[in-house]
Design a protein around this ligand. Structure first.
Ligand code: GLY
Length: 306
């Protein structure tokens, strides 16, 4: 099986490395890739977000499977275009990728599925920021209701910092999502999902703040580890049955069933797991830790989902 990996990050390097270890994978190709990926794959200088270019490359290179790493091409419908060309693709449709692309859509799905998550409000005008902030915090959680790769989130006990971030998001033309703060250690659970079928991988934890001792602004993730020795037994089963399966079923009910990697970011509070965010792709950096311990052949697994 010839597998084409789309993306250029450490996540795609981890995917390409794990694919290269699968005896059923005869060639790993990557676009655009990076110098680390070049050690295990042939690189092609193709724009990951261009559906036409990705389809042309996959066709020309006779790819048997395309694996899309980042969220931007997924939200833009690159997986739809690859499938429409008759090539199996690991990654959700644009309609399903809204679970990450629009936090308001994700909240709506969770409400319908009865999944515990933070209380939230969308603010779309500077005139209503102050009264909305008064209904939250401290601690304030201020998010960009769009794709921000984890960097659009400010978690702070400083009301002025929360307000400044909200104003900046609005000035960039995006709505602001204010959320109640969820207490408890965070878990990233990656699930292979195809419609209502859900298969979890090992739970991981990433660390998002830029500074030592969990200080400074949030990033997409500074580092990650798995397994989680502190996580009570049965937690993964609980997250799957209380969170991921109901959300997968709700998406099928809405006609936008998810096929690919559904990433549930959760806070493990006293009342059980509550969703911080969903992502429509493998997490970065958690993928580096999770795939290092995966014993199953990755190509076979991703192809089965596709
Ligand atoms: N590690 C956070 C993310 O992948 O969004």
């Amino acid at each position: 099986m010839r597998v084409l990996v789309i993306g250029s990050g450490a996540r795609e390097h981890a995917l390409a490395l794990a694919l290269s270890r699968d005896p059923g994978v005869t060639a790993v190709l990557a676009a655009p890739g990076n110098p680390g990926i070049a050690n295990v794959a042939e690189l092609f200088p193709v724009d990951a977000a261009s559906a036409g270019s990705v389809v042309a490359l996959a066709t020309e290179q006779k790819a048997d499977l395309v694996v899309i790493g980042p969220e931007v091409p997924l939200v833009l419908g690159v997986a739809d275009a690859v499938r429409a060309a008759g090539i199996p693709c690991f990654g959700p449709s644009a309609a399903a990728a809204r679970i990450e692309g629009s936090k308001a859509f994700a909240k709506d799905v969770m409400a319908a599925a009865g999944v515990r998550t933070a209380h939230s409000e969308v603010v779309d005008s500077p005139a209503t920021i102050d009264e909305a902030l008064d209904r939250f915090g401290p601690t304030w959680v201020v998010k960009d209701d769009g794709l921000a790769a984890g960097k659009g989130v400010v978690v702070t006990t400083d009301r002025d910092a929360a307000r400044d971030h909200a104003v900046e998001i609005l000035e960039n033309g995006h709505p602001v999502l204010l959320e109640s703060f969820l207490d408890g250690p965070e878990v990233s659970l990656f699930c292979l999902v195809d419609g209502e079928t859900v298969v979890p991988l090992l739970p991981a934890q990433d660390h998002k703040r830029v500074g030592e001792g969990d200080t400074g602004p949030n990033t997409g993730g500074m580092g990650a580890y798995t397994p989680l020795p502190w996580l009570p037994e049965g937690s993964v089963e609980q997250i799957v049955s209380e969170v991921v399966e109901p959300v997968a079923a709700e998406m099928v009910r809405r006609g936008c069933g998810f096929s690919g990697l559904l990433y549930a970011g959760l806070a493990m509070g006293a009342e059980g797991p509550a969703v911080v965010e969903f992502n429509c792709r493998f997490g970065d950096p958690e993928t580096q830790a999770v795939l290092a311990l995966l014993e199953s052949p990755l190509g076979e697994v991703l192809n089965a989902v596709a």
